[in-house]
Design a protein around this ligand. Sequence first.
Ligand SMILES: Nc1ncnc2c1ncn2[C@@H]1O[C@H](COP(=O)(O)OP(=O)(O)OP(=O)(O)O)[C@@H](O)[C@H]1O
Length: 120
Amino acid sequence: MPKFIRSLGYACSGIVLAVRSQRHMKIHTIAAVIVCAIGAMLPLTRLEWAVLLLTIAVVISLEMINTAIEHTVDLASPDIHPLAKAAKDVAAGAVLVAAFMAIIIGLLILGPPLWHFIMD
Ligand SMILES: Nc1ncnc2c1ncn2[C@@H]1O[C@H](COP(=O)(O)OP(=O)(O)OP(=O)(O)O)[C@@H](O)[C@H]1O
């Protein structure tokens, strides 16, 4: 099997593992599906779709990096250590920043057309 295909398989199993094992990944995935379903009902431009999809990708990718950091920290520092706490909390903070911005972007893009869709 070509190396590229094998690496692609490892990456896909990483995505499946993250969605199966992480509650927050499930929440992000469900939110992404809901946003795309709402978007499909609205007359969004290509640029608006691009921003929405990029935002979803950033949040989900950061959550996966956060998960990888959590696993790495648990492996490297099973005992309590302030640096382990700092690494985990900073990584979790990165996800929070992205998720908060994603909510604002979602409201900015979906809000006005959704309002018209509901009111018309
Ligand atoms: N080895 C450690 N040393 C010091 N603090 C830690 C260590 N492991 C976790 N913590 C801290 O304990 C708290 C909870 O950590 P935990 O890993 O359970 O995170 P969590 O947010 O509950 O993540 P998840 O639910 O995704 O597993 C966090 O503030 C984290 O920084």
